[in-house]
Design a protein around this ligand. Structure first.
Ligand code: NZQ
Ligand code: ZN
Length: 388
């Protein structure tokens, strides 16, 4: 039901093959020193680093280098980034990479002027920032997380085997994000597929809540159909600009708070996936794929009507002569067929998880209320065993 809510999104987007040019419009709004945040070096191979540095120099910026942000960024790396920002007295954090770099930039942004330890403050006590937050800009090179237009910052604490997300408010969201689908073309195919499943999962985890007549659900169904369609094209031909641009745009709208309006949301697949990542350091989207089907099959009876709607509206399952349960099961079977076609991981053992890890992964799983059925720890173990 659409009750009371506000909707505002602080991020300005620049989309398209020429969108990097808009950095020239954005950079003059900020001070002289820019912390250039990037990952393991892909942007140096594909030319994006050189293009960004040229624009920074043209705009008279001093560059403070901050490379080496790893996929599933760690809290130690965040602490290091905070040190770099303080020493360099930086004015703007510019993330050039995927969701990991953008999430990391947010975690640094809320910590530079804060005397407390970021893990304790934001990922244990879940407090809100009470200090000045550095502005962030983003040049996105991978479609998936939606980090380019949201406040999420997911950080891993390897010593504690915990991967946790904090959704910060508007002040910590990127002030601007540059989305050039061509920049995603150099992604290894497996990363592209992981990103696609991440998008699909974001939509599902907001869609599977409530059974009312909610505009957000119609938006979600449209986005899902676009992702399903474009994914099949992109997997066959990763160079297909139309498919890649649709995927990139869908990723942003899948997780920029729009389709969660009026929804309770679920998010248990992400909690399970994060726990798998905390134990294996596996690629985010693949962890979600590997736990999704056992999870949805377990909760389906508790939200049956929504799974029927999912089957008919998203997967176009024929209903004649079938029970609701059969229709809902066919919907999930269609989803499984699509997952196999695009080539996601369907087992956590493919991602490095072993039977000996199951209890530990269950301990690392944050148990949310869920939308249709709150999981017990025993059910978490059951899902993980079925996912092996
Ligand atoms: O490190 P580099 O060299 O940049 O290589 C990356 C990395 O190895 C590579 N890559 C990215 N763009 C490329 C490229 N390689 C070649 N060409 C390009 N154009 O891809 C690998 C994965 O990058 P990463 O940024 O880790 O991927 P993703 O965008 O999926 O981000 C994953 C992180 O975001 C978090 C995840 O948990 C994970 O930590 N999430 C953030 C969310 C949010 N902010 O709302 C929500 C998501 O659910 C998710 O939890
Ligand atoms: Zn995700």
């Amino acid at each position: 039901m659409l009750g009371n809510f506000s909707y505002h999104n602080a991020t300005k987007l620049y989309f398209g093959p020429d969108s990097l040019d808009y950095l020239n419009e954005e950079l003059p709004k900020y001070g002289k020193t820019v912390q250039l945040i990037y990952g393991g070096g892909s942007i140096k191979k594909n030319g994006i680093y050189d293009a960004v540095v040229a624009i920074l120099k043209k705009n008279g910026k001093t560059i403070v280098e901050d490379g080496g942000v790893m996929p599933n960024p760690t809290i130690d790396k965040v602490r290091d980034g905070v040190r770099i920002a303080r020493e360099g007295k930086v004015d703007l954090l510019l993330s050039v990479g995927g969701g990991s770099c953008c999430d990391y930039a947010k975690a640094v942004a809320v910590s530079v002027n804060c005397p407390e330890d970021p893990w304790e403050k934001y990922y244990v006590r879940y407090e809100e920032p009470d200090c000045n937050i550095l502005p962030i800009g983003c040049v996105l090179t991978m479609a998936g997380t939606g980090s380019e237009m949201n406040g999420g910052a997911v950080i891993t604490n390897p010593a504690q085997k915990l991967k946790r997300g904090h959704v910060f408010g508007q002040e910590a969201m990127p002030k601007f994000s540059v989305l050039n689908p061509k920049f995603t073309m150099s992604l290894p195919k497996r990363q592209m597929i992981a990103g696609i499943y991440d998008i699909f999962s974001h939509i599902c985890e907001q869609y599977f809540s409530g059974e009312d007549d909610n505009t957000s659900d119609y938006l979600a169904e449209g986005l899902m159909r676009s992702v399903i369609h474009s994914a099949l094209i992109a997997v066959e031909n990763p160079e297909d600009y139309e498919a890649r641009s649709n995927i990139m745009w869908s990723a942003t709208w899948a997780l920029n708070t729009l389709i969660s309006r009026g929804k309770t949301t679920d998010w248990m697949v992400h909690q399970l996936g994060h726990a798998v990542s905390a134990w294996t350091d596996a690629t985010h989207g693949m962890t979600l794929a590997a736990v999704s089907l056992p999870y949805y099959r377990l909760i389906m009876p508790y939200g049956l009507q929504k799974f029927v709607r999912f089957a008919t509206e998203v997967w176009k399952v024929e209903t004649q002569g079938k029970t609701d349960l059969q229709i809902a099961e066919e919907g999930l079977a269609e989803m499984e067929r699509w997952m196999k076609k695009i080539g996601v991981a369907l087992h956590i053992s493919e991602l490095g998880a072993t039977p000996e890890m199951i209890e530990g992964i269950a301990d690392s799983t944050n148990l949310l209320r869920g939308a249709y059925h709150p999981l017990t720890r025993d059910e978490v173990v059951k899902i993980l065993k079925e996912s092996l």
